[in-house]
Every structure is written in structure tokens, then in C-alpha cells.
Design a protein around this ligand. Structure first.
Ligand code: ATP
Length: 217
């Protein structure tokens, strides 16, 4: 087991964002946190990564990691190439050749300025930088948010490829068909709770029941 979360809770003032959730992730797995906006997915990742201090619970993270944040911003006035160079200077695990290869695969020019990239291309550049880190586990917060279907399927393909290379991936999404395609294990999250944890059996029915059921309350 590379990641274990036990009874994790986190509030913002009176708002209980994450409410005693537990799950574990095995090495090499693609683990998805599936849930609508506000479910608590980002807060969960941030607590695991130490970007937020949990109120209670235990977290075990047994490997090196890289993180794709929900808000994907890079230095606007730099070229993609310069961004790669800077990342290499600040991260020992970063593989420049891998970043160049991935960005070429996405058919994005290294000479392009970040400011000139569309939202989808910016996400793809950011994902390339993250996957160029030679770490054990990747945390991806909504990696396909706002991407068109073609870009989305390319990102999903890359997630699968990284998993085949033995890497562990924890990612969040609100898109059920995508999660069905890519994940090995899914935790359905809503209102700060994990409502189902499963290996994709009857995922659609469970997701609808969890989300619709809760909204009716
Ligand atoms: P989204 O995809 O919309 O970000 P999410 O599932 O990632 O959703 P979180 O961002 O973790 O959910 O938010 C969970 C709850 O906590 C939401 O009700 C949100 O409004 C609240 N929340 C998140 N961050 C803060 C904050 N910094 N201060 C106050 N409330 C917050």
C-alpha cells in the first residue's frame, strides 16, 4: 500500500469539507475520487499533500509525489521551453527529455509563450511537466477539466500509459464515463463523505444514487 487515509476530517470554519473519510491505494493503481463540485475532493488531496492541515485523521504516504493542482497556472510571459528549463532547475526528479517528449506528443510548440496557449493546451503542458517528474505517485486534480473530447482522451491515454509504467495515480473528476474508462478503483464522494468505494461494479447506479439521493435531502 502506497497511500492510506484513515478517518480524515477537515473543516473551513463551520463548513465540514471532508467528513471522516477512509481509503487506501495500492502501488500501480489508478484511483479516482469521483464527485460533484464541492464534494471535498480538492481538500482531500490538499490534506494528503500537506497543503492543508487536517482537523483529525491519519495519512500515510509512502513515496515521492508530484501534483497537478485544480487551478492550472504557469508563468504567462515565459515560453514552454523556458518553463521546462526552470522546472529542471528547481526539481531533482524532473526529466527534461520526458517533458519535451510529452509536449511534442501533444503537438504543442516549445517556442510558444504560455500566455498564447488555450486552456486545454495549458493543461496539457502542465500535465507534461508533472508527468516528467520521476516520482512514485501522481496526484491530479481534475486533469481533464474544460478539455474538449479529443484533448481529454489524449490525457486519459497518457494517464493509462503512466500506470502501465508502474506509477500510481490518484485523480479527481466529476465525469463518470471518464472515470469508468480510466480508473481501477473509484471512491464516490459527496458532501465531504465517501459514499461508495468500489472496483467499478455498477458505478453508474451508485453514483446517481449517491448524488441524487443526497441532493434530495
Ligand atoms: P470543486 O471541484 O468545486 O473544487 P471539490 O470536490 O474539489 O469541488 P473542495 O474544493 O474540496 O471540493 O470543497 C469542499 C467544500 O469546502 C466546498 O463546500 C467548498 O466551498 C469549501 N471550501 C473549499 N475551500 C475552502 C476555503 N479555502 N475556505 C472556505 N471553504 C472552502
Amino acid at each position: 500500500m502506497i497511500l492510506q487515509v484513515k478517518e480524515l476530517s477537515k473543516s473551513y470554519g463551520k463548513k465540514l469539507a471532508v467528513n471522516k473519510i477512509s481509503f487506501s491505494v495500492e502501488e500501480g493503481q489508478i484511483f479516482a475520487l469521483l464527485g460533484p463540485n464541492g464534494a471535498g475532493k480538492t481538500t482531500t488531496l490538499k490534506c494528503i499533500l500537506g497543503l492543508r492541515k487536517e482537523d483529525s485523521g491519519k495519512i500515510y504516504l509512502g513515496g515521492t509525489y508530484a501534483y497537478l493542482p485544480e487551478k492550472k497556472e504557469l508563468y504567462k510571459y515565459l515560453t514552454v521551453e523556458k518553463m521546462i528549463e526552470i522546472t529542471q532547475n528547481i526539481s531533482k526528479m524532473f526529466r527534461k527529455e520526458k517533458a519535451v517528449e510529452l509536449i511534442n506528443d501533444f503537438k504543442i510548440s516549445l517556442k510558444e509563450k504560455i500566455a498564447n496557449l488555450s486552456h486545454g493546451m495549458l493543461t496539457q503542458v502542465y500535465i507534461s511537466l508533472v508527468f516528467a517528474e520521476d516520482v512514485d505517485i501522481y496526484f491530479l486534480d481534475e486533469p481533464t477539466w474544460g478539455l474538449d473530447p479529443l484533448m481529454r482522451s489524449k490525457v486519459i491515454e497518457l494517464v493509462r500509459k503512466m500506470s502501465l509504467e508502474g506509477k500510481t495515480i490518484v485523480y479527481t473528476s466529476h465525469i463518470l464515463p471518464e472515470v469508468e474508462k480510466v480508473a481501477d478503483v473509484v471512491a464516490i464522494m459527496n458532501h465531504g463523505k465517501i459514499l461508495e468505494l468500489d472496483f467499478l461494479d455498477n458505478l453508474k447506479e451508485k453514483y446517481v444514487a449517491c448524488v441524487v439521493g443526497k441532493n434530495e435531502n
